[in-house]
Design a binder for this molecule. Structure first.
Ligand SMILES: [Zn+2]
Length: 303
């Protein structure tokens, strides 16, 4: 069985052909060109699908996308102002009608969480939380090996939990959201505020490892914010595992150790004793693989 998986981000669209065991047979990426809007984006999706469809290869289409998604309705319901018109587009209906194969759509962080459960850092776990730290902070809640979605299918928006009253402005229109203090963007904004330079995450961590004092202080401040949010989540869920994804997962144990040290100061011991912080293992493929898994379950349930 072959699935076309497509992961739509604000900057690029990753896509690939994946089999029922999660083996990626082919993958590539193109620019999203988000500002061109819904029609152009649909055209890109059609082109990707048809590049496989012509060979009569595919059993379904699995889509992971930025934004808030209602998987049951098969469309994006919020959070993608970046792509004009994308909210409300009946992606699943349009594609199922056009290609006569089963289709699913899910939010990219939820997809990544499911991907990690299937083949990555949560492979043997029934329950865990997943946070993707990047431009913002996204969340996914895995309960009994399924996504916990909430009544409107948009649960786990951890990035918009308020952690600073009257704090920095967030893209959501509110102030002091977790992601404006603890995302990678926030970290690099701290660097700009302190040092007046724009660098990327990898460069930042290299500077810390080189022993730069100010960078190290910035890291400690950022980790403190990151752990403020994590400790609230830990008190709510009492989880056995939290998986951290996004570019920072490349920092591995170096980052994990600092996080655990900080959490030690914030949490009661019995919460921490059972908790494992783990870096995501699937990298950029998590969304593609997770969406594929969700589609395979839909096919199993007799599409
Ligand atoms: Zn917000």
């Amino acid at each position: 069985m072959f699935i076309v998986a497509i992961d739509i981000g604000g900057t690029d669209i990753k896509y690939g052909l994946i089999d029922e065991n999660g083996k990626i047979l082919y993958s590539s990426k193109i620019d999203t060109e988000a500002r061109k809007g819904k029609e152009e984006l649909l055209k890109k999706i059609f082109n990707i699908v048809e590049s496989y469809q012509m060979k009569n290869l595919i059993s379904g289409i699995a889509i992971s996308t930025t934004g808030q998604v209602d998987g049951k309705l098969g469309k994006v319901v919020g959070g993608t102002d970046l792509i004009p018109g994308w909210i409300g587009t009946d992606v699943v209906k349009i594609l199922e009608k056009k290609y006569l194969v089963p289709v699913i759509i899910e939010n990219d962080v939820n997809s990544a969480a499911i991907g990690e459960m299937w083949l990555g850092a949560g492979k043997n776990d029934n329950n865990f939380l997943c946070l993707t730290i990047g431009t913002g902070i996204g969340g996914g809640i895995i309960l009994n090996r399924e996504l916990f979605l909430g009544e409107g299918s948009v649960a786990a928006e951890f990035g918009h939990i308020q952690i600073e009253k009257n704090g920095k402005h967030c893209a959501c229109g509110k102030k002091g959201c977790y992601q404006t203090y603890a995302s990678t963007t926030a970290l690099l904004d701290f660097v700009y505020e302190e040092l007046g330079i724009r660098i990327n995450g990898l460069e930042f961590f290299q500077r810390v490892k080189n022993g730069n004092k100010i960078e190290n202080e910035i890291l400690i401040k950022w980790i403190d914010y990151l752990c403020d949010g994590l400790s609230s989540l830990i008190y709510i869920f009492n989880p056995k595992k939290i998986i951290l994804g996004g570019g920072i997962s490349k920092q591995g144990d170096f980052l994990k150790d600092i996080i655990i040290e900080n959490l030690n100061k914030k949490l009661m011991k019995n919460y921490l004793d059972i908790l494992e912080i783990k870096m995501a293992e699937l990298g950029n493929d998590a969304g593609l693989l997770g969406a594929t898994y969700i589609l395979l379950k839909k096919i199993e349930k007799n599409y």
